[in-house]
Design a protein around this ligand. Structure first.
Ligand SMILES: NC(=O)c1ccc[n+]([C@@H]2O[C@H](COP(=O)([O-])OP(=O)(O)OC[C@H]3O[C@@H](n4cnc5c(N)ncnc54)[C@H](OP(=O)(O)O)[C@@H]3O)[C@@H](O)[C@H]2O)c1
Length: 296
């Protein structure tokens, strides 16, 4: 018997890893804004803007998903700050509608929120810590989390740390791919040294989401790696690991970047609950790099 899964934002970075790793026991309804040239048996693409409620309703009715992994979002922090109407409509409005449809169809909703819901004054945030968003993107994610709790029946709200990896399907917005391309071309790359994260790799995330879709867990879960470091140190580590000079990586002062929305100083996440809950292991940065580079 096949299990029915819906993945939204299916042309995105994280969703590509879910789709690429799902075996054929999954019948997948993949909702995307753009066409993706990837096909396999049991995968049904539906290409449309999710802000159109009627189409979304009819896709749910046809697909009858048992679980929905809702990755679709406006995920660019600075874009959201400049385009608040679009960010609100997609990140909050669409999420609320997906949550309602999940309840109507008895589907478990798995939502992707972010480490940046926290204000960054404390670091190593646990699931029970209170959000304190510093930018509009994070505000929409906090409102979306509330909408999921209010509207969905069974739900999982995951908060992801910075996602690291290479696109599995499609292009994806990968800072690792951009960093490797720049370093290969001998170009310098700059990253802030005051933004601390617990990076998680995209392959591990794909596995974790499939495990959550198949399992019984409900509630909040932080999906994060085991190393806590700033973005500059992370880039230096990656450069060295790939055989490039650390000197190609320099510190970039975020306040010198025009139009950059505020970010939390230390948005690191405590992953102890994920490690206790999931069979999928959370990884160190080196283990994560091994995994994403081996998969290419
Ligand atoms: N990547 C990270 O470091 C990170 C960290 C924390 C949390 N997250 C969260 O994790 C989720 C996945 O992130 P990601 O990196 O995979 O982002 P992504 O690559 O931008 O994927 C999101 C997808 O949603 C699509 N989308 C946007 N508006 C839509 C609409 N109106 N209708 C249908 N689809 C729409 C996007 O299409 P377009 O590309 O055409 O806009 C994109 O394909 C997001 O919810 C994000 O907020 C990501």
């Amino acid at each position: 018997m096949k299990r029915r899964l819906m993945v939204t934002g299916a042309d995105g970075f994280v969703a590509g890893s879910i789709l690429g790793q799902a075996d054929e026991t999954w019948e997948i309804s993949a909702l995307a804004l753009n066409e993706v040239p990837y096909q396999r048996p049991g995968l049904d693409w539906q290409v449309f803007d999710m802000r159109g409620t009627e189409r979304l309703r009819s896709v749910f009715k046809d697909a009858r998903p048992e679980a929905v992994i809702h990755t679709a979002a406006m995920a660019d922090i600075d874009f959201c700050e400049e385009h608040k109407d679009i960010a609100e409509a997609v990140n909050v409005g669409v999420t609320r509608e997906v949550a309602r449809l999940c309840r109507e169809h008895g589907a478990k909703m798995i939502f992707l929120s972010t480490d940046t819901v926290f204000d960054g004054t404390k670091g190593m945030y646990a699931e029970s810590d209170c959000p304190g968003p510093l930018n509009f993107y994070a505000e929409t994610k906090v409102r979306a989390e509330q909408a999921v709790q209010e509207e969905a029946g069974a739900w999982i709200i995951t908060r992801l740390s910075l996602v690291m990896g290479l696109p599995v399907i499609g292009a994806g917005n990968s800072f690792l791919a951009k960093t490797i391309a720049a370093l290969k071309a001998g170009r310098e790359v700059g990253f802030p040294d005051e933004e601390i994260r617990t990076p998680v790799d995209v392959i591990t995330l794909g596995r974790a989401f499939l495990e959550l879709a198949a399992g019984d867990f409900t509630g909040y879960l932080h999906l994060a790696g085991c190393d806590r470091l700033n973005r500059f140190a992370m880039a230096q580590h990656i450069a060295e690991r790939l055989g490039f000079s650390r000197d190609l990586v320099h510190v970039k002062n975020p306040s010198a970047i025009p139009g950059r929305a505020p970010r939390p100083r230390d948005a690191s996440l405590d992953n102890r609950k994920a490690r206790a809950t999931l069979a999928t292991p959370m990884r160190t940065l080196d283990e994560a790099l091994d995994l994403v580079l081996a998969e290419k």
